[in-house]
Design a protein around this ligand. Sequence first.
Ligand SMILES: [Zn+2]
Length: 392
Amino acid sequence: MKLWIEGKVFLSEGNIEEACISFDRTIKEIRKTCKPDVTAPSDAIILPASIDMHVHVRDSQLAYKETVKTASSEAAYGGVGLLVDMPNTVPPVNTPQRIVERLREFQNFSRVDYGIYAGVGKEIKEMEKYPIAGFKIYPQDLDKEEVYQVLESSKLKVLHPELPWAERLADRRLRDVWLELSAVELIKDYKRIHITHATSLETIMLAKKYNFTVDLTPHHLLVNGETDCLTKVNPPIRGYTEREGLLKGLFYVDTVVSDHAPHSNQEKSWCYELCPPGIAAVSFTTPFIYTLVKKGILDFRTAVRLLAENPARILGVDYGKIDVGYGANFLILRFQEWRYHTQYSKVTQTPLDNYLLSAKPYMLIVEGKVAMLEDEVFPIRGVNTFDQNRRA
Ligand SMILES: [Zn+2]
């Protein structure tokens, strides 16, 4: 069934105009006037749904930390219409069979569109045949023989830039920016590389020099040092100088990701040396970036590029634009003040809690269906955006 939505729309040329969009699962037509089925609130803007290309959804044997249902609900609450999942699950997603099982988990329970990365394993050529978003390369993978087959793959490669033994350094302060720079240098001759969670401007500029794409996370900008388990994260939060530099990096990176990495309350109550690193705030990124628009730090065009257009281009999917033929994936956003907290994640405490935001996702439409309205998430089913036959 085709529906019409009316409101202020961020169109693909970058203008915000009063317009009507007709859609079912895809956008059929855009015109000036219509008899709408849905009217966006007068203070709201219809934007492309956001993409988060770095999320640890967990589930399987780590379901006590987070599940596909809880993570995808939290994503919908935060205006994310497409999330891409990391393969360091238990067991890891690094064989064709695990890819099939993982995709089935998402097919059954994901409330937003999704993709998955595979990890470095033995059967690279076989894994490439599946509808995956690409490969994730962890620091320790750089020591494996198979990593060269992955680096030469035509698929996207997302690199966590640190040297293989970084995590074995007992003093986390020794794990500084030079480890990131060295890892980027190590793979500089390969193509279609994406550097994730850069923690310094130097890393971002080096990635750009080698024609890589690159992202940063809000927590590496905002969290004021690692003071306890709640703020412990990989790669570590850097000092004030790096964080200040990273703010400039916001104007050079291609996208912003959450690196949503949930752990149980019990795990986060261990002592600092032993507790697992990770901050779970998949719902923070989108309202945070649009808050920077409200404050005049970023313009709308840049924000939409960071959250939707650029990640779609990096991932190679038809997403991130409001235009005829694209999927009907909309974020309807309002500028209003609220204090951040998670809503659907199993993680109820993050270092970003109570952060004052000036933008709030009001409604999220995924594949033409309402996935979230005024904080309520609905049990719709997302699709694997990397599956060519998904709309057949
Ligand atoms: Zn991660």
